[in-house]
Design a protein around this ligand. Structure first.
Ligand code: NAD
Ligand code: IPM
Ligand code: MN
Length: 354
């Protein structure tokens, strides 16, 4: 079981260190960890945010544990050299087109949500976000117009092939849930041609899944309903950009972005399971980096998703998730949840409860 650990920038190294210690505490036989540079750190050391040796390491492992990338000092660099290109490059190069982002309120922890407890208790949704297409990866540029004004442009597109394969992931994911075989496909088909192709293709793909209850919602309405009526959602199938925005929104409804994990997968099988990259949904949080204040739970929960999806270790994954839930129930709250536990203390509290 080979894992590439890519801590990255800002709070990335702080939160991944705690997740690694959780993995080590499980004493899994045959576990080997490698470490590589990504992001601003890699740019400074190797002149590129995703050095070839890091990409090769990731490819040769069975899974990747990723922290976060992003450094305000690099925001002025040309786009291809910015830290964010590391995660975009990994997703594209490793063909990780399916991003699963569960947003669930832990039972008994409704009070962590800013929503009232009755509404908060309904939050149990899974985002299935397409990750290698959309406006993220289209042609883009800036140009000077005839009127002397600078203009930026980004091409948004989805092909039927890209939509079909992510829709199939959403339908498979939904089938696992008890009363949650519901898939809501979120788009902007009232305005965007990209979304019309998306919607038509999702409907066609659903033909072979009569057990799935499929509905469609415009993204603006979805943003509103996720807060006001979260119980309406099981699986939320959506594109790259809308999924990015809506999953941060859902994290706030759960209580904090420091709690939301993610798994990014494609189709490649290893001898242990599906190859995947696992990361918290949050970024490098430069405002608190280096202060030991970051909540590592999202990264620890991402490690649990890794054990489940890439190594078939459902029991160990559930153990980690229960330890996190128990720590939260015992009042182990970071600053993001109004508590005063620091990064290492939270990591320790989770390990004690394994
Ligand atoms: P962010 O997610 O880094 O931070 C948003 C806010 O949430 C900040 O106030 C931060 O302190 C807080 N926060 C985030 N994670 C936290 C945690 N674990 N514990 C406690 N508080 C936490 O988003 P941003 O500020 O918009 O972006 C900062 C940088 O991160 C940018 O360079 C951005 O491009 C990058 N980014 C990277 C990833 C990634 O690597 N996958 C994801 C999102 C943003
Ligand atoms: C995320 C991040 C990334 C995204 C950025 C850093 C490229 O916001 O993983 O949610 O937009 O996908
Ligand atoms: Mn994001």
């Amino acid at each position: 079981m080979k894992i590439a650990v890519l801590p990255g920038d800002g709070i990335g190294p702080e939160v991944t260190a705690e997740a690694v210690k959780v993995l080590e505490a499980l004493a899994l036989p045959g576990l080997i960890l490698f470490e590589g540079d990504v992001g601003g750190v890699a740019c400074k050391r190797h002149g590129h945010p995703l050095p070839p040796e890091t990409l090769t390491m990731a490819r040769e492992c069975d899974a990747v544990l990723f922290g976060a990338v992003g450094d305000p000092e690099c925001d002025g660099l040309e786009r291809s050299l910015r830290p964010e290109q590391a995660i975009l490059g990994l997703r594209k190069e490793l063909e990780l087109f399916a991003n699963l982002r569960p947003a669930k309120v832990f039972p008994g922890l409704e009070h962590l949500s800013p929503l009232n407890s009755e509404i908060a208790s309904q939050i149990d949704m899974m985002f299935v976000r397409e990750l290698t297409g959309d406006v993220y990866f289209g042609e883009k540029g800036t140009r000077m117009r005839n009127d002397g004004l600078r203009e930026g442009w980004d091409m948004m597109s989805y092909s039927e092939k890209e939509v079909t394969r992510i829709a199939q992931v959403a339908f498979r994911t939904a089938r696992g849930g008890a009363d949650k075989n519901r898939v809501t496909s979120v788009d902007k088909a009232n305005v965007l041609e990209t979304s019309q192709v998306w919607r038509d293709t999702v409907i066609a793909a659903a033909g072979s899944h009569p057990d799935i209850e499929l509905s469609h919602m415009y993204v603006d309405n979805a943003a509103m309903q996720i807060i006001s009526n979260p119980g309406a959602f099981g699986v939320i199938l959506t594109g790259n950009l809308f999924g990015d925005i809506l999953s941060d929104l859902a994290s706030a409804a759960v209580g904090s972005i420091g709690l939301l994990a993610s798994a990014s997968m494609g189709e490649r099988e290893t001898e242990h399971g599906l190859f995947g990259l696992y990361e918290p949904i949050h970024g490098s949080a430069p405002d608190i980096a280096g202060e030991g204040k970051a909540n590592p739970m999202a990264t620890i929960l991402s490690a649990a998703m890794m054990l489940r999806h890439s190594f078939g270790l459902e029991g160990e994954a559930a153990r980690i998730e229960k330890a996190v839930a128990d720590a939260l129930a015992d009042g182990v709250h970071g600053g993001d949840l109004g508590g005063d536990y620091g990064t290492q203390a939270i990591g320790e509290a989770v390990r004690e409860r394994l």
